[in-house]
Design a protein around this ligand. Sequence first.
Ligand code: URA
Length: 439
Amino acid sequence: MLLCYFLLYNGIGDNMNIVDLINKKRENLELTKEELNYIIDSYMQGITKDYQISALLMAICLNGMSEEETFNLTEIMLNSGEIYNLDNVNGIKVDKHSTGGVGDKTTLVIAPLVASSGLVVPKMSGRGLGHTGGTIDKLESIEKFNVSLKREDFIKELNAIGLAITTTDMDMVPADKKLYALRDVTGTVSSIPLIASSIMSKKIATNADKIVLDVKVGDGALLKTKESAIELAKLMVKIGKHFNKETIAVITNMNYPIGSSVGNGLEVQEAIQTLKGAGDPDFRNLCITLASYMISLGKNIDFESAKAEVITNLDNGLAYQKFEQMVSYQNGNIKNIDISSKTINYKSTKEGYLNNIKTLKLGQYVMKLGAGRESIEDNIDYGVGIVLNKKIGDYIHIGDTIATIYVRGEDTSLKLLDDIFIIEEHQGEKEPLIYDVVK
Ligand code: URA
């Protein structure tokens, strides 16, 4: 069989046939760079059809890809669009990416925090889909905040204040946009080489000098096991190095929501509290860790020195000033964040320890309140969401308010929350916030 494929595929770049390539991957053989190029190229041109790529993606999901194939796929996707030119931006540029979670507003804190230390943070972010939120939606809860910067304005802002956050550029990695939409509806998202090449092609196209990745694992994350998160983290770090971008991945817990709020405007409010030196201690610690790795990479200093700088800038107001500067540079009115004035308290009918918050279900609940979208065309309500008044490990009495729901309409389906907040007689063990770091 191997010899047959060797003869068939050696030097026939011009005569490639998509069905042969699907068969080859189905037989768990490696695709060459030329073959991968043909697949992506012909798909982008509409010659190869969705149903053929779907079959190939499923074969990749089942059989995986070698490192060489993954590097090649990343490069081909990267070259399907434009690579940002940041040569005219002064200073060391550091980027950050999260694989997505519930209540994940870390970018809103980390980006100004790192910029306040003198590094440059060129941040391209996405909108939320499904149970996970997106930084762009959160920023849009600030009145008049411009999330769609023109390129020249992005560069201008980076040079002026060292920070800008904008939507992902339409011309960047178009192959990933097309492939990701197909993976989403064909059960082929959860392949590690496909996730790695999708994320890293976009990171490399943004073209920062250094990258910190927040790989989330657990109930509310894309990846459910630590082993798979470590595998993804290692692969992405290798891809980063392959493209000369020093990369660190931090593996973090997504078995409980991040911080104390979920919902767009509410998360901006929480980020502001954290930037002012207050806020949820777990969330603050997560931000401190990720920002310290970014500064440690960007300034080439050890983690502890970077951390000292991070804590100083959080507590002396510099990080918050940087956030304010960005909001005003992008025309936002920080005094007007969309948060609904109508609230309902969810009270406990049980006594015991809050041992678990079902994170995926909580994300879905908040999405149904109107804060998230099921399909990318849906409109969302920036003002709705949930604020958690209790943390995992807290002892709860009957009648205690566990959470406050910010709503617009009448139907809050409060009953659903009984399956989300798990209260038990004996105290369970709280898992760590940060599992591992891959360099
Ligand atoms: N996020 C991405 O950008 N791509 C994936 O494949 C998964 C998560």
